[in-house]
Design a protein around this ligand. Sequence first.
Ligand code: GLA
Length: 743
Amino acid sequence: MSLCFTHIYITMINFDKNFIYLHTKNTSLVFEIKKYLYEDEKYIKEDRYFITQRYYGPSLKEELSPKEPLLRPNGSSNDYCNDYLISSSFGNGNNSEVSLLVFNENNSAVTRLFYKGFDIIKGGKDVKVPHARNASETLHIVEKDDVSGIEVHLYYSLFEDSDVIVCKKEIVNTKQNVCFFRKASSLECPINCKNVLITTFDGAWTKERTRHTLNLSSGVFVNQSFLGSSSHKHNPYIEVVDNENKLHYAFNLVYSGNHKETVEVNPTEHSSVLVGINDFGFEYALNKGESFMTPEAVMVVAKSTDEITFKMHNFINNHIINPSYRYKDRPILFNSWEGSTFKIEEKSLLEMADVAKQVGIELFVVDDGWFSNRPNDQSGLGDWTADNNKFPSGIKKFAEKIREKGLKFGLWFEPESISINSDLFRKHPEFAQLVPGYNPFARRHQIVIDMANKKVIDYLFEMISKVIEEAELDYIKWDYNRLITDAYSNTGIRCGEYMHRFIMGTYELLDRLTTKYPNLLIESCSSGGGRYDLGILYYTPQIWGSDNSNSFYRSFIACGTLSAYPQSTFGAHVSRDYSVTGHRSSLEDRFNINCLGAFGYEMDLRQDGKEDLEIIKKQIDFYKKHRHLIQFGHYYYVDNCFDDDRYYSFVVVSENKKEAILSVVELSPGVPNKTWKFKGLNPTAIYEIEMRPQANADIKLLPKLSGSELMDTGLDLGSLYDEKDNNVFQKGIYSRMIFVKEV
Ligand code: GLA
């Protein structure tokens, strides 16, 4: 551990005098260690120091150890200013929202942390919970309050290739018999700017991750969830644009429980961003010698939104996703839900499997309704054994029949919920979240199981493992259709710790299952996309994006989601046309929009005429041919439908820029024609151009153009409106997909 002040240079972290420099490929973060000047001389026994953030922005690598790092775009040089702290606490003079609040046993809430030193860790600081994998290097800073004995360890890990820095904090009680901390943000990032543009991704069931922007020039903005999961309502991902320096910052949290992102703008000073577990109802007891590690917060800085998106995608694919699925093509699946709902029956499923195989589907998934006591959504959750009436020859035999057809096999589970009308509840009512004296809040006729109880985790692990082995499952859809209302464990867990311990239980179960079955693909889901976050992605490489597959709404949901999360994570299925919403789209248009992600079909394929099945077969052939490009290509927005709700278009480009797909969508008929432009191509290369053949459109395109022509001039595709569609009074959606390949 060093108190700094001499110069050394170690790959990405170096220090000189009282500055510590962290470098990723294109960004730098600089801390300054300053003398503490807030004590009256009569009390001073020794010099004391505190640490502040001096700079976070574009790379300073050129100047290996600049004498005077830039004040802007982010940081302070004011010797007397405590406001650029990286772990502010109540009692240290910081007059913005603090990141740490501890109630001490002497009845004070004061924590005054002083800098003690730092060291550099090769790789990351190991933790068992979800975290970014394979850090290049980690800066470990220690701060301590000698009076209360509270020690804070800050770990800044560098992800050089993705330009991302991840921060977590460990709080240690070294002295008190017991203390209670009520707030512990993972990251505190000051921004030297008094005017910011905040972008969040909010929504509800069937309207997930709708982009919202807000200018803040004074006050406090909070983006949060508090009912146990990251939520449909406010995704933990936020972007903050420094309007003065034109820099884009983005933040996320590797956590699936209650999160809170706070942006505070002090109009006479600066702004700051706090990211971490929500302090709503949070109070964690630390006995002497115990410590608490916060989840990891992710931060990135860039000059544009496109760059931010690229870096986030890269980071998630490389450092969050389970290595067994890293850049591994995801199977095309069939899911029974929208076609069959609870009408699960072996004979008809096998017929559907025949059609699925015939059109080229690779994985057959039986959704809700396959297990005991589950004729509808009013019973059965927790009874994870197959219903013999629905599978007369047993689930093992059924799975074998599916595999004999050449398909992989998967099943739906909702481990974190329990039905009151279930054998499990009758046998173990103590497994459910039941607050003594209250009737449980039963939403969708179900209550939440107590994931903080070890016995529950053991039970679920055993039951789910049994089915995985019996049916040799390749895939699980892991649903969670609840919010926590009756937070309680009869094992005596303190209420201020419950929400966190609940999600730790979920992680433990996922960890045990993914360790035991490393090749099992888990797709998570939470009433559609209600738990879309980096914590769950650590275990489940893909997430069902939304229960809304209608092309109109899906365009917005995809557009919002892909700002922060890569295509490979986004479960996207073609289902029947929901003309009930008034937004009609043909099977071809539904494919163009919904194929962007971990793709599948979700409808009773037996009902389709021969013509439709032919179309589906061709769509699947196209998808298979370009699957890697679609799932892992570099994604660019061309027309962001949150900027202009008439159009949505995007490009995916291969890493070597030799191939790309442009997908263009008109979100209502009769909108003015426009030229559609590519992005990300090699300007000097010549590309062959081909439209994905669509049953409802046939356009002649110029056979070849250069990259710069495709990007600067673009393609005129005329009207996308389908001439055969005579129902012009309804709101239709029309689209095309253009594939280009370097000659
Ligand atoms: C949730 C999911 C759906 C489906 C149903 C089954 O709503 O989002 O995809 O699995 O549950 O009950």
